[in-house]
Design a binder for this molecule. Structure first.
Ligand code: ADP
Length: 594
């Protein structure tokens, strides 16, 4: 508190007031007392003169100057004062201190003039006779209206000064002590008032630094106590509001960072005020490092700074697309920017939401391609059937063998249509069911045995040896048994289709860690490396004509892949063109098998 400028200013003002007051009072008292002392002395000199008046009249009557001198000198010796008897013409006839014969004529003395005029005269002046300052009082002596002379009483001023000095020192001492006491009291009073202000300043400074926990003591009952209570209430409400703001900000921040869409907000100077994790990932930036940086420095993607700049300038919403192509990915971002307003509706910044629509875009492309492929696949048999039927209708003279051949072709194309539709329905069911399909626990060996059984006859017809290799123990899994039978059937169907006569096909089941692995191997034509990843796509066929000829739809492997994924597994392919292929389907085993 002693370092408080306000304290010292207040105390200095108070001290100046006290000192000036004391000085004024001291001077006034000193002057008053001085005047009183002079008046008292004058009164005393006057009394002495009056007491001498009778005797002086008699003295003038006797006209014995020597006797007078003796009496006056004796009187002067008794009373500590000087007496002078002066004739009306100014000649000194007796003096208590000096020889009258040696004294000047006093007719010109001012006190005598004043006494003659006013009946009493006083003067303070330097006495040539006594060589000191004196106070004189002259009283005219009259007998029956005739001025006989003057009685003059005098006192050396040194005596008066001495008395005055005593009084003055008493006054100065008193005023000094009072001032000292007042200054000490002032120190306590100033401290009493400045101390709460200093505490309030400390608490206010803490509040400005974000610490709202400090409180002021509220023991006082006066206005300062009331102010302290109001201050504490203000601190409490500030703390509550700050807590609410912080909680809201954290909530908003959590929401923004949890969003899959990127959010970038800038202020009016186009400096970043918020950048969530998703936006940072899209723009290749770090949220913390970007704060307060100009947006054009944060990202090299011109479109992002442009859309935010346009929104700030035009104060309207804006929409734009952005393509981010890297060596590993090609992303399409939809950007939507809006201006940010403050409480008064003034634009204070802009926010852009970046929506990664690459997946949507990809799915849309897949859907379009699928519709085109499906239409094309369906159109081919339909066109063939239509052509054959039209020929049959138009040409009544058609040979019976040719008619039978046409009908046989119509049957084939119908079967093909039916296969495509069946496969499409299977795929659609798998996609719409997701993991909702009927689940049961079953032995994978049963799945392989049942599927192989269906192909025994076909393999014999095609002159291909079909062998089964199964483990001795059951390998149980949880899932859709019918779907897994379709997996094995599709793989066996392909193996037999793409393996020439005298070839071999194996259907195996084995355990690898927590997976049951269904393996279908053939000694067929094999698959080129460039096609291996694509054969699982819908309608993808290495050799379209051959596949069609063999009754393939191009959907078999995509069904296999879909079923494997829906069971939490996956499918792989190894192939040596011209030598054969191995398809492996990994299906997680049920916990009872583990
Ligand atoms: P498809 O009905 O034409 O057989 P799939 O989806 O079952 O359709 O197979 C896609 C393509 O993969 C086939 O057209 C074929 O070219 C190739 N393929 C599948 N299985 C084999 C295999 N065992 N040997 C050689 N090529 C195969």
């Amino acid at each position: 508190m002693l370092r408080s400028g306000f304290f010292w200013k207040l105390y200095a003002g108070y001290s100046a007031l006290i000192l000036i007051s004391c000085a004024i009072v001291g001077i006034m008292i000193s002057q008053r007392v001085g005047n009183d002392v002079l008046a008292e002395i004058r009164q005393s000199l006057k009394a002495q003169a009056i007491l001498l008046e009778e005797a002086t009249i008699q003295g003038f009557a006797q006209a014995d100057d020597a006797a007078w001198q003796v009496r006056i000198r004796a009187l002067g010796a008794k009373i500590d004062a000087r007496f002078t008897i002066i004739r009306a013409d100014g000649v000194v006839i007796a003096d208590s201190n000096e020889n009258p014969a040696e004294m000047d004529n006093h007719a010109d003395r001012s006190e005598l003039h004043e006494a003659q005029a006013k009946g009493l005269g006083t003067a303070i002046r330097f006495s040539n006779t006594l060589r000191m300052n004196m106070m004189y009082l002259a009283l005219p002596v009259q007998n029956e209206g005739r001025l006989l002379g003057y009685i003059r009483t005098a006192l050396p001023l040194s005596a008066i000064d001495q008395r005055l000095n005593h009084i003055r020192s008493a006054v100065v001492l008193g005023a000094g002590l009072s001032a000292l006491l007042a200054l000490l009291l002032g120190l306590l009073v100033t401290r009493h008032f400045v101390q709460p202000l200093a505490s309030m300043t400390t608490v206010a400074e803490s509040m400005s630094c974000g610490d709202y926990d400090k409180r002021l003591p509220v023991s006082r009952k006066d206005e300062i106590g009331e102010l302290a209570r109001a201050f504490n209430r203000m601190a409490e409400s500030c703390r509550e509001r700050t807590d609410t703001i912080v909680a809201d900000r954290n909530k908003l921040s959590a929401i923004l960072s949890g969003m899959t869409e990127g959010v970038v907000a800038v202020n009016q100077d186009e400096r970043v005020v918020h950048l969530n994790q998703a936006a940072a990932a899209l723009l290749g930036a770090t949220p913390k490092e970007c704060l307060n940086e100009p947006i054009w420095q944060v990202t090299r993607m011109r479109e992002v700074s442009e859309i935010l700049g346009d929104t700030l300038r035009d104060k309207t919403d804006a929409q734009r697309s952005l393509r981010i192509a890297t060596s590993s990915s090609d992303r399409l971002i939809e950007m939507h920017a809006s201006p940010l307003h403050d409480g008064q509706g003034k634009v204070v910044g802009a926010v852009a939401v970046l929506h990664d629509v690459s997946e949507l875009h990809r799915l849309e492309t897949v859907r379009r391609e699928f519709v085109a492929n499906a239409s094309h696949e369906l159109k081919t048999p339909i066109t063939a059937i239509r052509g054959l039927v039209e020929t049959l209708i138009d040409d009544k003279e058609l040979e019976p063998e040719q008619r039978d051949r046409f009908l046989e072709k119509i049957k084939d194309q119908s079967l093909r249509l039916s296969s495509i539709v069946t496969d499409l329905l299977t795929l659609s069911r798998l996609e719409s069911d997701g993991n909702q399909s009927a689940k049961a626990t079953f032995d994978l060996r049963d799945v392989v045995i049942a599927s192989v059984k269906d192909f025994m006859l076909i393999s014999e017809e095609r002159g291909i040896a079909l062998e089964t290799q199964l483990p001795d123990v059951p390998l149980e899994t949880m899932g859709d048994e019918e779907a897994l039978c379709q997996v094995v059937s599709n793989l066996l169907d392909n193996a037999l289709k793409y393996t020439p006569e005298n070839g071999r096909v194996w259907a195996r089941l084995e355990r690898r860690d927590d997976y049951g692995v269904i393996e279908v191997q053939d000694t067929g034509i094999g698959i080129e490396p460039k096609d291996r990843n694509r054969i699982f796509e819908r309608f993808y066929r290495v050799d379209k004509a051959r596949s069609r000829e063999l009754g393939g739809t191009g959907l078999g492997l995509s069904i296999v892949k879909h079923i494997a994924l829906s069971h939490g597994g996956h499918v792989t392919v190894d192939s040596d063109p011209g030598m054969g292929s191995v398809f492996r389907v990994f299906i997680p085993l049920a916990s009872t098998s583990k």
